[in-house]
Write a protein that binds this ligand. Structure first.
Ligand code: URA
Length: 187
């Protein structure tokens, strides 16, 4: 799918490719700099995101904002989106068929933004993008390069809120992201 932002957003807003759209208030396409070098992909909208139509604006989103700031960026300088654009009920993880139905939108976002580095927040994002073999506790912090784009799987900010002991590893991963972007800029 090679589309413009306007047509992509229109497609997402009218999408009925899976059941998730039946119970939501707002679609949450994603937001930020449409030409960013750095892209963050989460799992799916939660309650706050569903109300506002914006990705990562609840508690996990506030932590993500701090994580982004810690490596010298603002939210406006990066692109932020999710695997699925509709809130799964009771905040459950999206089903494989829901993630698959939404994947063309993520691919289109990727094609439009053309980021150099993508941070995969949590197992759902890491598996959707890198494959089902990914185990976030085992594979986080390890770069995967595909066609010149660098993918960093790390913990989801909601996991960091539940278990503070993961923050040290997450900070390590974020520093690697900061350093990778610096080295790509110099190259
Ligand atoms: N969790 C996610 O994965 N995405 C959001 O947008 C909010 C919470």
């Amino acid at each position: 799918m090679q589309v413009s932002w306007d047509s992509l957003h229109a497609e997402i807003l009218s999408c009925e490719k899976c059941e998730l759209c039946r119970q939501i208030r707002c679609k949450v396409p994603g937001q930020g700099d449409g030409n960013a070098d750095l892209m963050f992909i989460g799992e799916g909208p939660g309650a706050d995101e569903d109300l506002q139509g914006l990705a990562f604006v609840g508690r996990a989103g506030q932590l993500l904002t701090k994580m982004i700031a810690a490596i010298g960026y603002t939210r406006e300088q990066v692109y932020i989106c999710n695997v699925v654009k509709c809130r799964p009920p009771q905040n459950r993880a999206p089903l494989p068929e829901e993630a698959a139905a939404c994947m063309p939108y993520l691919r289109a976002q990727f094609a439009l933004v053309k980021p150099r580095v993508i941070v995969l927040l949590g197992a759902t994002a890491a598996r959707a993008v890198l494959g089902d073999q990914i185990r976030i506790t085992r594979d986080r912090g390890v770069w995967v390069e595909k066609k010149g784009v660098w993918f960093m799987p790390t913990y989801h900010p909601a996991a960091l809120l539940r278990d503070e002991s993961k923050k040290r590893d997450a900070w390590h991963d974020l520093q690697a992201v900061r350093d990778k972007l610096a080295s790509l800029r110099e190259a």
